[in-house]
Write a protein that binds this ligand. Structure first.
Ligand code: C2E
Ligand code: MG
Ligand code: MG
Length: 766
């Protein structure tokens, strides 16, 4: 009904106001209309033919000649219309034929009723009624045809006779009939159209329903996300195409297979259903499923519970997040792992350590950390190339990983530093034996190309609850223990003790002070002469560092040993010394003072720097000092340190450039005679501990004599240190020792006193 109200009808006529709608109505009824009019025309043809026979009764009457042609005319037009109607394809065509038939029939019958036969009056009233009620033309033409027919018939009936007493009554009856029929037609039209509109609306609604259902079905089927509808017990009810493709479900198995089968962990479906029952909807349930080909995929499942005809169904959508998870994993790995070894990096190590410490505190268990530093990485890098260095790092990482359990963490902190976090109730003592195992495992040689490599490491060990609880502090403890392991000669494991921290802190303070002293020029060289034992002439000087401390006064190296032992500080102080020594030599030469050869001391730590010799040579050149004016004093320990390969190169560079090399403190270290042969040593300096009590200690006398003989036989110059008495000098001279150095001749002196000393010495020798 709402459709007719949206398509209103004309009040008079009952047709659709909208011409388009009316045309649609007529068009839809056209087959029916055509069938109807064909029957109408046929009936008209047959009935009028029968009436033609009945009209024969007028034979002999003048009306006969009016009636027969009129009747023949009607029959002829009716037959013509029957014939023409087959070509009618529109309502308009049909209507034109109906009007033609109506006009012809009305005219013919108008002649016929002039006979005033018994039937005439009946026909006058019948025919317009037929036009109104039987001929389905539009309302406009129905009224036109009805009224025209009425006028023609009234005319035919009334005109031949004058002053018929029933004339007015007949006209009024005809008008009444027309009006009544107009109302009947209007009502009939209205009913027909209302009914049609209602059917039409119902059909449209049904069509729309069918269409929307088809659309939803297509959408469901073609949504690119796998959708599954299952019963609460898990049986699959339906799936869309994406689900069939994704899961590899055979459509025939729907109704047999269970949704639970796809879950890698069957309990996951139960958890999913629990959540669904709790919240009515699950938006992102992460799980792993197994596809038909057996591959495992990470997915997010969203689910909704739907009720259809009293039964509950689970509607689930599946989004594959395998690639996304893999990408996330890659990003996470890149951010938290070391790219070379694949081990966790410092960031991840810190969070694991935090976690391990928190757990240990909760459970009353232990955590140990082993800070592993590869002693020989730098050497491997410098001598065999970075490829070999990388191989050593990777091998170290692998061995550590293999040694440790899944629950432990092996991380690379950067450079040559690795760390192991051992969780479990292991005591510090056990951690130390683990560290020893690590050392021997790393030491085991392996091949890299043509080279054979092995890892030498120092390990610092610290643990909770023995040491600190805070991760940063515990790592610092391990770092201090590592520092101690290195200081004790590397290639060992040392456990942290609280006094290490104190010592290190002291050392750090001293280190800061020394740097400041260098900056302020408080560290200067003092010079101690070396004298020819035979001629008494000065052959050269040894430069010895002195610190003019603003508060503690004049300090000798014993008070600031860190300056020579610390890897970085020793380079700074060493460079500071050689610059001053080179400057002093230049000044002496400029003043015409022959200072001989000046020796500077080099500590083992300085040899860690591969560019040491080159820098010294450059500094001499900058200062304009010939290389022959310099000598370097090294102690035997340089041959034993981890930078011994640098030592070979550096000594060769010194030697080749004309700088002499003296082996200092000879006899106190661990140098083997091999070193004397292998390295380009020019002078041997007998340590003062052997010289001090030479006169009384026969063992020392024997050692000194042996060293002098060794030096002579190897063609080396032997210098005795710490000569304090004339007796000592005499002993040395008599045994063939060439030179001596000691307080007997002069204590170390500042640069300004050297000229005066030389003058006095020359005067004495003259
Ligand atoms: P060293 O190279 O063996 O120097 C000789 C040390 O013996 C000097 O001590 C010197 O003052 C001392 N000495 C010389 N003659 C006598 C004597 O007759 N009696 C006694 N009792 N001592 C004598 P100093 O200057 O305290 O130096 C100690 C050590 O410090 C040096 O031993 C050297 O190894 C190191 N050193 C000094 N200056 C430097 C430097 O600039 N660089 C480096 N790397 N080490 C240095
Ligand atoms: Mg020396
Ligand atoms: Mg010495």
């Amino acid at each position: 009904m709402s459709e007719t109200s949206s398509h209103p009808l004309t009040p008079l006529g009952g047709e659709f106001r909208a011409p388009g709608r009316e045309a649609a109505f007529q068009a839809e009824r056209l087959p029916d209309t055509l069938r109807h009019v064909r029957v109408l025309f046929l009936l008209s043809s047959v009935l009028n033919a029968l009436f033609l026979l009945s009209d024969w009764r007028f034979y002999g009457d003048p009306h006969f000649y009016v009636a027969i042609p009129a009747r023949v005319g009607v029959v002829a037009v009716s037959i013509l219309c029957v014939w023409l109607v087959r070509w009618a394809t529109t309502f308009q065509h049909a209507q034109r034929l109906m009007l033609l038939w109506e006009l012809a029939t009305a005219i013919g019958v108008a002649f016929l009723v002039s006979s005033h036969s018994n039937l005439a009056l009946f026909v006058v009233l019948l025919l317009p009624s037929i036009y109104y009620l039987v001929v389905p033309t539009s309302f406009r033409w129905t009224v036109t045809a009805g009224v025209t027919c009425s006028i023609l018939l009234l005319g035919g009936y009334l005109l031949p006779e004058k002053a018929n007493p029933t004339e007015t009554g007949l006209i009024l009856a005809m008008v009444t009939l027309n009006l009544a029929l107009i109302l009947v037609v209007t009502r009939s039209n209205r009913l027909q159209r209302t009914e049609w509109a209602a059917t039409q609306a119902a059909r449209e609604a049904k069509d729309a329903l069918v269409e929307s259902r088809a659309m939803f079905e297509t959408m469901f089927k073609t949504v690119p996300i796998p959708l599954i509808v299952s019963r609460a017990d898990g049986t699959l009810v339906t799936t869309n195409d994406a689900a069939i493709r994704y899961f590899g479900i055979e459509p025939e198995t729907l109704g047999i297979r269970s949704a639970a089968e796809v879950y890698e962990n069957p309990d996951d479906r139960a958890i999913f259903l629990d959540k669904l029952a709790q919240d009515g909807r699950v938006t992102g349930f992460e799980t792993t499923i197994r596809l038909a080909d057996g591959t495992l995929r990470a997915v997010l499942v969203a689910g909704d519970m739907v009720e259809i005809r009293g039964e509950h169904f689970v509607m689930s959508a599946v989004v594959d997040i395998t690639e996304r998870k893999a990408a996330e994993e890659r990003v996470w790995r890149a951010a938290s792992h070391d790219s070379l070894t694949g081990l966790p990096n410092r960031g991840l190590f810190q969070s694991r350590l935090e976690q391990a410490l928190a757990e240990a505190e909760r459970n009353g268990t232990h955590v140990s950390i082993l800070l592993v530093d590869l002693d020989n990485l730098k050497t491997v890098n410098d001598t065999m190339g970075h490829d070999a260095g990388d191989a050593l790092l990777k091998e170290t990482a692998n061995r550590l990983k293999v040694m440790m359990r899944e629950c432990d963490t092996v991380a690379r902190l950067g450079g040559d530093e690795f760390v192991i976090v051992v969780i479990e109730p292991i005591l510090l003592a056990n951690a130390m034996s683990l560290a020893e195992q690590v050392l021997s495992e790393l030491r085991f040689p392996f091949r890299h190309g043509d080279e054979v490599l092995s890892g030498l490491a120092s390990i610092g060990v610290a643990g909770f609850p023995e040491h600190d609880r805070k991760p940063t502090e515990l790592l610092k403890d391990a770092d201090l223990a590592l520092y101690a392991a290195k200081a004790q000669g590397r290639n060992r494991a040392v456990a942290y003790t609280p006094d290490m921290r104190h010592r290190i802190e002291q050392r750090a303070t001293v280190s800061r002070e020394i740097q400041e002293a260098v900056r302020l020029g408080e560290i200067i060289p003092y010079y101690q002469p070396k004298v020819d034992l035979v001629s008494g002439k000065v052959t050269g000087f040894e430069a010895l560092a002195r610190w003019q401390h603003p508060e503690q006064g004049f300090l000798t190296p014993a008070s600031f040993l860190t300056a020579f032992e610390d890897p970085e500080l020793s380079i700074t102080v060493g460079e500071h010394m050689i610059r001053q020594v080179a400057g002093d030599i230049r000044r002496w030469l400029d003043r015409g003072i022959d200072c001989g050869r000046v020796a500077v001391n080099l500590s083992t730590a300085q040899f860690n720097w591969i560019g040491l010799a080159k820098r010294f040579i450059d500094i001499l050149q900058e200062a304009g000092v010939p290389n022959e004016r310099l000598e370097v004093e090294i102690t035997e320990t340089v041959f034993l340190g981890r930078s011994s390969t640098h030592v070979v190169t550096a000594l060769k560079q010194f030697h080749d450039s004309g700088i002499r090399i003296a082996l200092d403190d000879f006899g106190t270290g661990y140098a083997s005679l091999i070193h004397l042969k292998q390295f380009p040593v020019d002078d041997i300096k007998i340590d003062q501990s052997f010289v001090t009590d030479l006169e009384t200690d026969s063992e020392n006398a024997a050692i000194v004599q042996a060293v002098i003989e060794l030096g002579l036989s190897l063609g080396m110059n032997v210098i005795a240190e710490g000569v304090e008495t004339e007796e000592q000098a005499e002993f040395l001279r008599s045994r063939g020792c060439a030179q001596a150095q000691g307080n007997l001749y002069a204590e170390p002196m500042p640069m300004e006193e050297v000229q005066h000393f030389l003058d006095r010495q020359r005067a004495r020798c003259a």
